[in-house]
Design a protein around this ligand. Structure first.
Ligand code: TXE
Length: 487
């Protein structure tokens, strides 16, 4: 039975409520319940809104340099508590320690630090118009609502909180019901750093709780990280009050290997783009297009390294580099896609099985899986699987592969591996994707804006663009002469 009860975090403290609807969180590596969570009732959600409105009044009046100082302290605390927080992420998500220990907390702290540095830079403009002039103010939006996915729980909470709070807003954040602890600890840390009560509240629950807040008139903007289907529901629910939305959604991204590519680098890119975080990364390059002239060499190296270098095991073991999928239902969804790939005629070149590592026999593990002889019309090459399942496709010409890569409703990411720099930039410029890599894959520094084309998203996270997306511009015109008119 669960050892602790995780509560909602509102106005600087954990709060409870009488109707006590609870749900359990499972450790994906063991299948065991690790703790229970109190879902937020409507009364509690209304309490979080009042709190966030009070927090907004105070925080938006706090000088930018002071906001920056406080957020810098929060970034420092995150880094001091890196290992403790990384362990929370491993237990909630099933991802390997060797990832969480160096990526999840660090990239969250980087975001808070980066946006803290931007705080004082939010300046208006002034322009003379004859004797008159106008100036602009970039003002915060108010109370924003962040909705997190379960693959990078703390990082996603940090990315959304950093931009929103740096711009002077307050935020109510709902983590995924699969992985709620990381965001709640972030709320504690922000209070410890000096963020006023109410500026960052955390409420728990599923899509119903999310939908209540998205529809609520007191919410000025919604920022979602989640599946495309969820994005459509959230956007529809936000329409009723015409609130701003940022959507970081799913993808089925192409990773293209040209005949002059460094084969080992391309294999590294393909394995990162399919097996890192056990394939549960939205930007994954899950359609690997390989030029016919290097296809055999690529496949040989890929199979050899997949066989020898992927260690599926207890995520807490530093040697493990492929962890457990988030839930039993998600594992079975991935296994169903693998069966579908076989049914539709792809060749299962490697893996494709559930794995029961020693000591984690009840966990939700699927080994690294590679399909070859794939065609563009198969469901495994058109739909997001969100597991360690790579589809390898062959191509002959540059024009052909660009057309095939763009033949998707998604447009999140893309990768190109080749040595010809003119071709690399020529091809990447034609790919319909918002996050692209050349001879690299997966790097996402906070300075770089990230977000999708087409149905993979709206707006951007990180980078200056994200900072501006949490403000609204007010223009003020000043008449310097006696006002005259025709009436
Ligand atoms: O998403 P879900 P998951 C995507 C990734 C994959 C998905 C996996 O590609 O598609 O996220 O995360 C809440 N109204 N990205 O399974 O199920 C729900 O409670 C309001 C893209 O968690 O869509 C959860 O908190 N909220 C990303 C959140 O939405 C609702 C990077 C997401 O749930 C709701 C990482 C509703 N009607 C993952 N229904 C990127 N592009 O950067 C659900 N929720």
């Amino acid at each position: 039975m669960s050892s602790t009860l995780l509560k909602n975090f509102i106005h600087g403290r954990y709060v409870s409520h009488n109707d006590n609807t609870c749900f359990d969180v499972i450790n994906p590596a063991t299948g065991e319940i690790i703790y229970a969570v109190e879902a937020a009732s409507e009364a509690l959600l209304e309490q979080s809104l009042l709190s966030a409105q009070q927090g907004f009044i105070k925080w938006s009046k706090t000088p930018a340099i002071e906001r920056a100082r406080i957020l810098q302290r929060a970034a420092a605390i995150l880094r001091e508590r890196n290992d403790e927080l990384a362990r929370v992420e491993v237990l909630d998500t099933g991802k390997p320690w060797q990832e969480a220990a160096v990526v999840d907390v660090q990239t969250g702290a980087d975001a808070i630090e980066y946006f803290a540095n931007l705080c004082p830079s939010m300046m208006g403009e002034q322009q003379s118009v004859g004797d008159d002039f106008f100036y602009t103010r970039h003002e915060p939006l108010g109370v924003c609502f962040g909705i997190g996915a379960w693959n990078y729980p703390l990082q996603i909470a940090c990315w959304k909180a950093a931009a929103a709070l740096a711009a002077g807003n307050s935020m109510i954040f709902k983590p995924s019901e699969e992985t709620p602890r990381g965001a709640t600890l972030l709320a504690e840390i922000l209070i410890e750093a000096g963020v006023p009560a109410g500026v960052f509240n955390v409420v728990h629950g599923d899509g119903k709780v999310g939908n209540y807040m998205v529809e609520h008139p007191a919410i000025a903007k919604v920022s979602l990280t989640g599946e495309v289907g969820t994005g459509k529901k959230v956007m529809a629910a936000a329409a009723g009050t015409l609130k701003k939305v940022t959507m970081e959604l799913g993808g089925k991204s192409p990773l293209i290997v040209f005949d002059d590519a460094d084969i080992d680098e391309a294999v590294t890119g393909a394995m990162i783009g399919n097996f890192y975080t056990q394939g549960e990364v939205c930007t994954n390059g899950t359609r690997v297009f390989v030029h016919q002239d290097c296809y055999d060499a690529f496949l040989e190296r890929l199979l050899e390294r997949s066989k020898n270098n992927v260690i599926v095991g207890n995520p807490l073991d530093p040697k493990t580099n492929l962890g457990a999928l988030i839930s039993s239902s998600h594992m079975h969804k991935v296994l169903d896609y693998i069966q579908l790939g076989k049914d539709q005629g792809a060749t299962l070149a490697f893996g494709g099985e559930r794995i029961k590592p020693l000591g984690c026999e009840n966990g939700f593990f699927v080994g690294p899986t590679i399909f070859t002889d794939c065609t563009d019309d198969m469901r495994i090459t058109r739909e997001e699987i969100f597991g360690p399942v790579m589809s390898v496709l062959k191509f002959a010409t540059e024009d052909e592969v660009i057309q095939r890569a763009n033949n998707s409703d998604f447009g999140l990411a893309a990768g190109v591996f080749c040595k010809d720099i003119r071709r690399a930039h020529r091809v990447i410029a034609q790919l319909e994707a918002g996050i692209c890599w050349i001879n690299a894959y997966g790097n996402s520094p906070v300075e770089m804006p990230v977000g999708g084309y087409k149905q993979s998203g709206i707006g951007r996270e990180n980078g200056i663009e994200a900072f501006r997306s949490y403000t609204q511009t007010k223009s003020i015109y000043v008449g310097m002469n006696k006002l005259e008119g025709p009436f």
